[in-house]
Design a protein around this ligand. Structure first.
Ligand SMILES: C[S@@+](CC[C@H](N)C(=O)[O-])C[C@H]1O[C@@H](n2cnc3c(N)ncnc32)[C@H](O)[C@@H]1O
Length: 354
């Protein structure tokens, strides 16, 4: 199988100190702080003509065919307003712009600030503006149950309240990368959850149309100390946890957990599993090869994997990981996203042909 061509490296422009206005019709993307260069580069590789707008904000002329891995959310800009107007004036202008540009029907109105120290200080301002705009829109257009937005065919309207500028954008909820304001999909840490890792799994599962259930067999590669295994068991699944390290004692005692204390590279299942989970702290290309082997051999039907990316140049690695999983592993419907709870890592989901 020929290796994929890696596009030439992109010269990354500096991040402007103050957020720049955007132009209506362009796409606004948010990302984790410090990941702007990676988002910029993948938008450039996709021919979407990106521009750095400010901390955690990148715009592009077009929306790329594949959602950018490092984008938490993306909206089509409808208006870009200087923040120095009075809150009433701002709310009036935004409400008028929304009424003009957002197709008739239900809408979910949200506000976010850039996920940066400067942005976080503006949270109260964003809340006040959101309420002022909400009060000026017809109540029967506002959908409060955000979780129903996709099935209700609603439009997601987001106000990005950034230092010096308020950007207003929208996207049909069915096409939205996230239904959380600014893509910050915070999962609650439950009292018995042993690790931060569990929240990565919960966030990945929220984005899937279905999830592992009662009686299904899940293999969890790199399972210790057991956050993912614990969440899977709580859903009623049977888990084969593969990790040379120890599991939490209460999990090791769980009858629906089998701990195989060896390297995932040495393990092969006795029979195919329903789900393959992987959160191994190991080199991404070697992990991808291992997951591809599982795909080729039909050892699992569904895949959820967290790929570690501690290196500086992340996009070339991701091009290879995608190629290995799809071309060599036969995994289909691949999604690859840096989720809110992901740090120097991205989450991949995929399935085998049904
Ligand atoms: C980030 S932790 C996993 C956390 C886990 N998902 C949880 O929720 O508790 C990474 C794990 O990968 C394991 N690991 C590293 N190399 C491995 C290998 N070759 N086979 C299996 N596990 C491996 C480490 O022992 C470590 O426990």
């Amino acid at each position: 199988m020929p290796l994929p061509a890696i596009p030439p490296r992109v010269k990354i422009p500096p991040i402007p100190a103050a957020t720049l206005p955007s132009q209506p019709g362009r796409w606004l993307w948010t990302c984790r702080a410090g990941f702007e260069p990676h988002l910029f580069e993948e938008l450039e590789w996709a021919g979407a003509s990106p521009r750095m707008l400010g901390e955690v904000l990148v715009e592009s002329e077009k929306r790329p065919p594949e959602p950018p891995v490092f984008a938490r959310t993306g909206i089509r800009v409808q208006a870009s307003l200087p923040a120095e107007q009075s809150p009433e004036q701002l709310a009036e202008s935004i409400a008028a712009r929304v009424a003009e540009t957002v197709p008739a029907g239900l809408l979910v109105l949200q506000a976010f600030t850039p996920d940066s120290p400067a942005g976080n200080r503006m949270a109260d301002e964003a809340d006040a503006l959101l309420e002022a705009v909400r009060a000026r829109l017809p109540a029967d257009r506002l959908l409060e149950e955000t979780w129903r937005a996709r099935e209700a065919g609603a439009t997601l309207v987001e106000l990005c309240v950034a230092p010096g500028v308020v950007l207003v954008g929208s996207v049909p909820a069915r096409e939205a990368l996230s239904l959380s304001p600014g893509g910050r999909q915070r999962m609650r840490r439950s009292g018995d959850s042993p690790s931060r890792a569990a929240m990565k799994l919960e966030e990945a599962l929220v984005n899937l149309p279905f999830e592992p259930g009662r009686g299904e067999v899940c293999v969890d590669l790199g399972a210790a100390p057991g956050g993912w295994t614990q969440r899977l068991v709580a859903r009623g699944a049977r888990v084969i946890a593969v990790d040379p390290a120890k599991l939490m004692p209460e999990l090791a005692r769980q009858p629906r957990v089998e701990h195989i204390q060896e390297s995932a590279f040495a393990y092969s299942p006795e029979e195919p599993a329903d789900w393959l989970f992987c959160d191994m702290a190991w080199r991404p290309l070697e992990v991808a090869q291992l997951l591809a082997k599982w795909g080729r051999r039909g050892w699992a039907s569904h895949l959820v994997a967290n790929i570690k990316l501690p290196m500086k140049d992340k996009n070339p690695i991701l091009v290879r990981v995608r190629h290995i999983l799809t071309q060599e592993g036969g995994w289909q419907g691949l999604t690859m996203r840096q989720l809110y709870h992901d740090r120097d890592e991205v989450t991949v989901t995929a399935h085998k042909a049904i």
